[in-house]
Design a protein around this ligand. Structure first.
Ligand SMILES: NC(=O)c1ccc[n+]([C@@H]2O[C@H](COP(=O)([O-])OP(=O)(O)OC[C@H]3O[C@@H](n4cnc5c(N)ncnc54)[C@H](O)[C@@H]3O)[C@@H](O)[C@H]2O)c1
Length: 252
């Protein structure tokens, strides 16, 4: 098939939450969007919303921790649309288990879903981005990468380790892949989504926002605005960065 006229973005974990917000923001910036997720009905709903904005959308059912599947997703997308300009590594999962209880499998799963997933998709898209001389990669780290999180959080040390790994990988790959490919990551604080709504926020919201300078939890749209800036605004002279978006949460 001939190459699509508009830019193409892949958003992992794009079915709901922050990923859905990023997918819609990129669609509003005119990007055709490919969603990668395990939640098939939610992904179908988001696809309809994206198409409602007048841009095409493809969906891929895939577990992002699967290295071989990342390669086939990218190959199928290139066969359909001929180009990939933007990769948003957003899929991730909490791991609320402390050092005394966590099993080896749970540790591996935290690293695979939150960190190896980014490696999988970056390695898969880099050849086409290099060949075209353009690429923008944004990965979803977390405030926990810097703070370690609070002990009652949905996510503890294994999650923090994976998210901190994203920061290091971002810096190293920005050097390796520049100047044509920019690589950044963002570190959200407390954002109201499915992952946090029940487990962290619940009735503790007033107490939690007391420790946030902007006196509210963030929204997927807040994060999506930053991600879309990093992915679409040219020139922005930003690469190798981890940018915190947390309303200034001082009780990290
Ligand atoms: N919500 C927050 O407060 C917060 C804060 C910091 C960082 N983050 C990060 O932001 C990202 C999005 O989180 P969210 O709050 O929107 O969560 P969410 O659970 O609402 O959405 C995550 C999405 O990723 C998908 N996903 C999870 N594991 C997957 C896998 N193995 N393969 C494919 N898809 C998978 C889910 O199905 C879901 O659609 C995550 O990486 C999370 O760690 C969230």
């Amino acid at each position: 098939m001939a190459e699509l006229d508009q830019k193409v973005a892949i958003v992992t974990g794009g079915a709901r939450g922050i990923g859905r917000g990023c997918a819609l923001a990129l669609a509003e910036h005119g990007h055709a969007v490919a969603l990668v997720d395990v939640l098939v009905p939610e992904m179908a709903k988001t696809k309809l919303e994206i198409e409602g904005l007048g841009v095409p959308c493809l969906t891929f059912e895939a577990d992002v921790s699967d290295h071989a599947r990342a390669k086939t997703v990218v190959a199928e997308l290139l066969a359909a649309w001929g180009r990939i300009d933007v990769l948003i590594n957003n899929a991730g999962r909490s791991m609320p288990i402390g050092i005394d209880e966590i099993t080896e499998d749970q540790w591996d799963s935290a690293i695979d879903v939150n960190l190896k997933s980014c490696f999988n998709y970056i390695q898969a898209v880099v050849p086409t981005m290099r060949a075209r001389g353009f690429g923008r990669i944004v990965s979803m780290s977390s405030l926990n990468a810097h703070s370690g999180g609070v002990t009652a959080a949905v996510s503890r040390f294994a999650y923090a380790a994976a998210k901190a790994g994203i920061v290091g990988m971002t810096r190293a790959l920005a050097k390796e892949l520049g100047p044509d490919i920019a690589v950044n990551c963002v570190c959200p604080g407390l954002i109201k989504t499915e992952i946090t709504k029940n487990a962290v926020i619940r009735e503790r919201e007033p107490q939690l926002i007391e420790g946030i300078a902007l006196k509210r939890c963030g929204t997927p749209q807040d994060v999506a605005g930053l991600v879309a800036y990093l992915a679409t605004t040219e020139p922005n002279f930003i690469t190798g960065q981890d940018i915190t978006i947390d309303g200034f949460q001082w009780n990290r």
